[in-house]
Design a protein around this ligand. Structure first.
Ligand code: GTP
Ligand code: MG
Length: 425
């Protein structure tokens, strides 16, 4: 019986036990633990860190950022949290320096880059022969909380540009930050304006799912009150006989968890209690899928060939491999030819230098021979002068001796006279 042929329905006479599959699934998931990654996009000091502390009822280690960064930087911090027997690996990604640059056109670039880097890391793990996805720390961003300034007017250009760039890569939940800065009447108009601006610019934001009947009603109500107007606080204020998270003002207390004061509880419920799994799933099945398709196509993998006929992964791989081999051979030939040409040029250069040196040597040799000849001539001349001098010296000595001999033989008076004469001189 081939796949796709009709499937018969059978009834069993007794209990088999596969109805425990959902429990097995839950047990396995609980054992592995969960990862959830939140990206906070918002201007410096808009209340990102405070809201995260408020949401998870803890104090994450965050430092206020400086306002003078030349570029938006993303900082990720991972924490292990446990509630009952459920372990959650929570990563909070902060946009440091967002909106602080004079030119805000490229503010979204670092954010897009970060999101894609996490997709790429997951894809690389998926493509490995020996992959370990069940222990892999999935860092893909499951939810982007976009913090809107409580101006009461509408969205800024940077908000629209950034959300438009992110909409196809991540689940965006826009929130109005520091909502205690807006009056109740202003708030509903502000919300309407934000939603109509998003719609007018074709920015798609995350919609809480209405397919699961257990939460369809709540989710559709929540979809209609987006964006949530939230207040965060790290302080506890005494209200009645209870200590509540809130912000104390001279005229009263804003209670974070009071639904008539702000939408914080709605955000908490929607993000953490009801739709965390949907956010994780949409990230994988919608956003990552788009990225994966694009990257595989870039790598040359297609489901159909040029004639729109289905093509197997292996066929594409073989084709790619032969193309790659051909390209490699072509490059090898090119490199070899270039190498030979360079060697030839070098050889010619060396020959020229050798010739030059040879010529220089020859002329030096000639000069040296001439110099030697000159020195030898001089030496010969000197020898001749010397022998002439010696000859003359001998002759002169002989004459002198002869003269003295002739004087001795003559009288001594005459001798005195000669001496006297020479003294006079
Ligand atoms: P950077 O990390 O420096 O970009 O700032 P941030 O966005 O993390 O802001 P942070 O949470 O550090 O808050 C900045 C200031 O805003 C602090 O003084 C907070 O007390 C205050 N703040 C935070 N949330 C709220 C809020 O909901 N309402 C009001 N009025 N102030 C808030
Ligand atoms: Mg911060």
């Amino acid at each position: 019986m081939g796949a796709g042929s009709e499937c018969r329905t059978l009834t069993m006479t007794g209990h088999v036990g596969f109805d425990s599959l959902p429990d097995q699934l839950v047990n396995k998931s609980v054992q592995n633990g969960f990862a959830f990654n939140i990206l906070c996009v918002g201007e410096t000091g808009i209340g990102k860190s405070t809201l995260m502390d408020t949401l998870f009822n803890t104090t994450f280690d965050s430092k206020p950022s400086s306002h003078n960064l030349p570029k938006v930087r993303l900082e990720a911090q991972t924490y292990e949290l446990q509630e009952s027997n459920v372990r959650l690996k929570l990563t909070i990604v902060d946009t440091v320096g967002y909106g602080d640059q004079v030119n805000k056109e490229d503010s979204f670039q670092s954010i897009v880059q970060y999101i894609e880097q996490q997709f790429e890391a997951y894809l690389q793990e998926e493509l490995k022969i020996k992959r370990s996805l069940n222990v892999y720390h999935d860092t893909r961003v499951h939810c982007c909380l976009y913090f809107i300034c409580p101006t009461g007017h509408g969205l800024k250009a940077i908000d629209l540009v950034c959300m438009k760039q992110l909409e196809s890569k991540v689940n965006i939940i826009p929130i109005i930050a520091k909502a205690d800065n807006i009056s109740k009447a202003e708030l509903s108009k502000f919300k309407q304006r934000i939603m109509s601006e998003l719609k007018a610019n074709g920015v798609r934001i995350y919609q809480f799912p209405t397919t699961d009947e257990t939460c369809a009603e709540t989710n559709s109500t929540m979809n209609s009150i987006l964006p949530f107007a939230v207040v965060g606080s790290n302080e506890f204020v005494k209200v009645g006989n209870k200590n509540v998270r809130g912000r104390q003002y001279p005229w009263g207390v804003v209670q974070v968890e009071n639904e008539s004061h702000c939408d914080f509880m709605k955000l908490k419920e929607m993000l953490i209690q009801t739709n965390m799994e949907d956010l994780r799933e949409k990230t994988h099945t919608v956003h990552f899928e788009v990225y994966r398709k694009l990257r595989l196509e870039q790598m040359g993998f297609l489901d159909v060939d040029a004639n729109n006929k289905p093509i197997s992964y292996q066929e594409t791989f073989e084709q790619k491999r032969s193309l790659h081999q051909a390209e490699l051979t072509r490059r090898e030939v090119e490199v070899r030819e270039a190498f030979v040409a360079r060697v030839k040029v070098k050889e010619q250069e060396l020959k020229e230098v050798e010739m030059e040196l040879h010529m220089k040597f020859e002329s030096l040799k000639k000069l040296h021979a001439e110099e030697r000849r000159r020195v030898e001539d001089g030496k010969k001349k000197l020898e001749e002068d010397r022998s002439e001098f010696l000859r003359l010296k001998t002759l002169y000595t002989q004459i002198l001796n002869d003269k003295q001999m002739s004087h001795h033989s003559s009288s001594s008076g005459l001798h005195t006279l000669t001496l006297g004469k020479s003294k006079k001189k």
